[in-house]
Write a protein that binds this ligand. Structure first.
Ligand code: CNA
Length: 412
């Protein structure tokens, strides 16, 4: 996680906050000089627009002027998903950006924030905090770290395994289609399923590193975990303030890697938004920074962000319902079933390493994992963990696979 210090050159900063969405800057991105030549972009856009106009049904086609809840029902016509699958199979989407949220990990047994009943915000009584966001508020943490540490015990990597959705994202990479995945999740499951570091932006940080919340002196993540798991407070060796895992709290800077978004989103030719309420800024506004002709596919239980407004943007599609079930259907439409099965089977035989070691006393009471039991720790080092998960040979078979997906487009 980056934080500016006086001894370092100034770096651009962006701070996490809840709410306050920005307006859509897509048109601005279209008009100014961008990473692409204007001519090339225009050609690409019009070809894409043509493809889209030939499609039988988009999210917009099915929505008319209905309310978001009515649209939720109508979008289950499945037109949006099929349209986007067709684009992928036609080879039109080679720079896919995925925007992910807590809904991606609920199938791994980790509750999200806002789902009524099961979400963490609905179950915060035990943390004894004045308002839900306090648990991720840096000032609140400064005074009382216990609520966050209690929650951290349930969220620490080690007790949950990646699910089908994580592996689908990895499959996008394997097929050579993934430009980047931007996740708000702090559970480390993207990394654990083998998505390589250079394809992953953990926008809200992770538990893989830790530092003093006051002076930012680095602290061994493993030691911080051991302390937190044993209900002790890890203390900075330099200033004696409380150490915190490098999870980004409200009011804290996002990691420098987050700034890759300024290159990636204008370059994207498909944006897939999965399992997020798009409530947290600046992350939420990222989805508005792709070009206006670029298809955006929302996979979620309910309409969120720009998908709440009707009519939808022409290139917008949404498929509402259970995320894992939707992603399975998407994989089937893409003809990736066998590849997915093979990938997941190969992972079952691996004992997935945790990013930092797994304690014996993980509090799983609020997070009953639906997946397999926690992986046995095979490495304490972060590098070792990634090596184990991704086998170090996470080649993208873009050459063979994009050809085969294009040629198979006629068959399904
Ligand atoms: P959120 O606000 O809780 O929204 C989650 C969204 O996913 C909601 O719209 C749900 O309807 C949807 N959803 C949940 N489960 C499913 C499902 N099975 N099928 C379809 N849709 C589903 O969470 P966001 O990610 O939008 O908020 C960002 C916060 C959440 C980040 O700062 C995270 O740090 C934080 N968080 C992360 C985790 C994690 O790392 N797994 C867990 C809980 C919270």
């Amino acid at each position: 996680m980056n934080r500016s210090r006086s001894s370092q050159p100034p770096v651009p900063r962006v701070t996490r906050s809840a709410g306050g969405r920005l307006t859509e800057p897509a048109e601005r991105l279209d008009s100014g000089p961008g990473p692409y030549g204007k001519q090339r972009r225009k050609q690409a856009d019009s070809a894409l627009a043509q493809d889209l106009s030939q499609m039988s049904m988009s999210g917009q086609d099915t929505l008319n002027n209905s309310s978001p809840s009515a649209s939720a029902v109508k979008s289950s016509s499945r037109g949006g998903l099929a349209s986007v699958a067709r684009l992928v199979k036609l080879g039109r989407c080679k720079n896919v950006v995925v925007v992910a949220g807590a809904g991606v990990s609920t199938a791994s047994g980790i509750p999200d924030f806002r789902t009524p009943g099961t979400g963490l915000y609905a179950n915060l009584e035990k943390y004894n905090i004045p308002y839900p966001e306090a648990i991720f508020n840096i000032d609140y943490f400064s005074n009382d770290p216990q609520p966050f540490f209690s929650l951290a015990k349930a969220l620490y990597p080690g007790s949950h395994r990646p699910n089908y959705i994580h592996y689908f994202i990895r499959m996008l990479h394997h097929k050579g289609l993934l430009l980047r995945v931007y996740t708000q999740n702090i559970d480390g499951l993207e990394k654990l399923c083998g998505i390589p570091d250079d394809k992953l932006v953990e926008a809200h940080g992770s538990f893989a590193t830790a530092a003093c919340h006051l002076c930012y002196t680095a602290y061994p993540a493993e030691d911080a975990k051991q302390a937190i798991m044993n209900d002790k407070v890890p203390i900075c060796t330099f200033c004696a303030a409380t150490v915190k895992p490098d999870v980004v709290f409200f009011g804290e800077d996002l990691p420098q890697k987050y700034f890759l978004n300024t290159q990636d989103f204008p370059k994207a030719d498909l944006l897939i938004i999965m399992g997020t309420s798009l409530q947290i800024e600046p992350f939420a506004s990222l989805v508005n920074t792709v070009r206006s002709t670029v298809p955006r596919l929302l996979l979620n239980r309910n309409a969120v962000g720009p998908f709440e407004k009707v009519p939808l943007r022409r290139a917008d599609h949404m498929e509402l319902g259970d995320l894992e079930e939707t992603v399975r259907r998407f994989a089937e439409m893409l003809g990736w079933n066998d590849d997915m099965e093979e990938l997941m089977r190969s992972q079952e035989t691996l004992s997935l390493p945790t990013l930092i070691s797994s304690p014996l006393s993980v509090d799983q009471t609020s997070c009953q994992s639906k997946g397999a039991p926690a992986g046995t720790e095979t490495s304490r080092s972060r590098a070792g963990g990634q090596r184990g998960a991704s086998s170090g040979s996470e080649e993208t078979d873009s050459e063979t696979d994009s050809k085969s997906s294009a040629s198979s487009s006629q068959s399904t």
